[in-house]
Design a protein around this ligand. Structure first.
Ligand code: MN
Length: 146
């Protein structure tokens, strides 16, 4: 079993080709993958699977990635889950729109798999580090209060 076998990734993407390319790659790295094909499905699958990280396409039918990201961030369960926005739009201000909606970071399409892998690893390490810091803080509080 690979070390990241239990890491769950939710891929919200409506284009079959991207689902195959990105999805197959993530599975080959050992991540447990769930697919959603629009923003509303992304919300449902996020509740269902409690992913460790979310890849969110911006342009999707039914509900776009920006709205799905906003709704996830409004839910305390998903306040700290890393969300990587995937967008084909290259206009100025897109990065800002994604970050304003609550995305943690942004990657433009066509997605570089190497860049995506590095970003996922960096964000997952960041989450772990944050948890360790919280644990240290809590232990310190406990010792102080003793
Ligand atoms: Mn799309």
């Amino acid at each position: 079993m690979q070390p990241q076998a239990l890491v769950k990734i939710l891929l919200a993407e409506d284009t079959e080709t991207n689902i195959m390319v990105v999805g197959d790659y993530l599975e080959s790295l050992g991540y447990a993958l769930t697919i959603a094909m629009n923003g509303r499905e992304a919300l449902e699958k996020a509740m269902e699977t409690q992913p460790d990280i979310i890849l969110m396409d911006i342009q999707m039918p039914v509900m776009d990635g920006l709205e799905a990201t906003r709704q996830l961030r409004a839910d305390p369960h998903f306040a700290d889950v890393p969300i990587i926005a995937l967008t084909a739009l290259a206009m100025n201000g897109d990065r800002e729109r994604c970050l304003e909606a609550g995305a943690t970071d942004y990657i433009s399409k066509p997605v570089s798999l190497k860049k995506l892998k590095e970003m996922i690893e960096r964000l997952l390490n960041g989450t772990k580090q944050k948890q360790t810091e919280t644990m240290r803080f809590l232990s310190a509080q406990f010792l102080d209060g003793d």
